[in-house]
Design a protein around this ligand. Structure first.
Ligand code: ADP
Ligand code: MG
Length: 349
């Protein structure tokens, strides 16, 4: 089952239970409006890929996504999931096979957490035992305790916990495709970071094909295998990996999304092992960085400690080389704005 020899798109290396999605010249004109909300949108998504749609409010992200599970019918164009034209499928049947998570969570307030998660399995006619087992498994999957939370009602949970239940409910029938519309948008920054980290870990193991909408570019960088940067009418300004978009934004529009600090954002995506290491210096303790950390971690450590060099250590704590600010910036092929190597600072500082 291992496909780990593949390089390129990160999703390929992952075990996938997902399927491909193709949108071909998809347009949506809402009744009574002149301009299309989505204009001639084409995209091909590989099985198991996590695709981020990022763009400003009103640019058509939600409309594009809702056409995939036919909550909204396209005005023209075609959409295929796993090679099958979704317009030829029964819409209710289709939706049962696509997990859907939205910002407003949409848990049924009069149902317990267990009942909420069981909604789709019930529609699919699963028996009681299979449903109950799946519900328990899913509550644990999203890091909640089944015995404690299964019998509670949504209002007895925090926003972050409710959002986890929303994810669990979308996963209930093990759908190959998940659509997520600003799922963590309503949570506070700390909860949001936690949910993002959990979600990434979860995706490592489940490998769904996911389209994830956000207006937060940093969230897109952190989570996505590929990012589609969208402008008005869902026009694709750039569709590429986070690293490639940061390294080579297609135009000023994309650049405006990246904002300042593109270099630092890129470093957060590059493992220490990508740098050309110097000989180990025998630094110890705090002044080291793990080989599996990112260059951003290495740079933070160098700058925080104000040292010229740190050793890179392997999982066994053995020094395998060392890094300086120069060697880190060499990886980017350019200077890192705003960062000065500690060893070039005024002496005695
Ligand atoms: P986003 O999710 O990126 O914020 P939407 O897809 O919700 O954008 O909306 C895209 C455009 O379509 C907006 O101009 C919005 O006002 C319009 N729109 C969305 N839903 C409807 C609707 N039901 N009827 C008419 N216009 C709509
Ligand atoms: Mg929206």
């Amino acid at each position: 089952m291992s496909e780990s020899t593949a390089t390129g798109v990160a999703a390929i290396a992952r075990n996938t239970s997902g399927v491909g999605i193709t949108l071909d010249h998809v347009t949506k004109v809402y009744p009574g409006t002149e301009a299309p909300a989505v204009d001639d949108f084409s995209m091909s998504v590989q099985p198991g890929e996590l695709i981020m749609f990022v763009g400003p409010s009103g640019c058509g992200k939600t409309t594009t996504m809702k056409m995939i599970n036919r909550i909204i019918e396209p005005s023209s164009g075609s959409i295929a999931i796993d090679g099958r034209d979704v317009l030829s499928l029964n819409p209710n049947e289709l939706r049962r096979h696509i997990g859907y998570v939205i910002q407003q969570i949409g848990l049924f307030p009069h149902m317990t957490i267990a009942e909420n998660i069981a909604v789709v399995p019930r529609l699919l006619g699963w028996n009681k035992q299979k449903t109950a087992d799946r519900v328990d498994e899913l509550i644990e999957t999203v890091q909640l305790d089944a015995a404690t939370f299964g019998s509670r009602y949504p209002k007895q949970l925090s926003g972050g916990q409710q959002q986890r239940v929303g994810v669990a409910r979308a996963l209930a029938a093990d759908p190959p495709v998940m659509l997520m519309d600003e799922p963590f948008g309503a949570t506070d920054p700390i909860t949001r970071e936690k949910l993002q980290a959990e979600f990434l870990r979860l995706q490592e193991s489940i490998g769904k094909t996911i389209i994830f909408v956000t207006h937060d570019f940093d969230e897109a960088i952190k989570l996505g295998d590929r990012i589609a940067v969208l402008s008005e009418r869902s026009q694709i300004e750039q569709f590429d990996t986070p690293a490639n978009i940061l390294a080579a934004p297609a135009n000023d529009y994309v650049r405006s999304f990246i904002g300042h600090g593109a270099a630092l954002k890129r470093l957060a995506l590059i493992p220490v092992s990508e740098a050309r290491l110097a000989a180990a210096q025998g630094t110890s303790g705090l002044a080291t960085v793990r080989a599996d950390a990112t260059l951003r971690d290495a740079l933070d450590t160098l700058v925080l400690l104000g040292v010229p060099s740190i050793d890179v250590i392997d999982a066994g704590g053995r020094a395998v080389g060392s890094l300086t600010v120069e060697r880190i910036s060499d990886v980017l092929g350019a200077d890192i704005p705003g960062v000065t190597a500690p060893d070039t600072r005024a002496a005695g500082a």
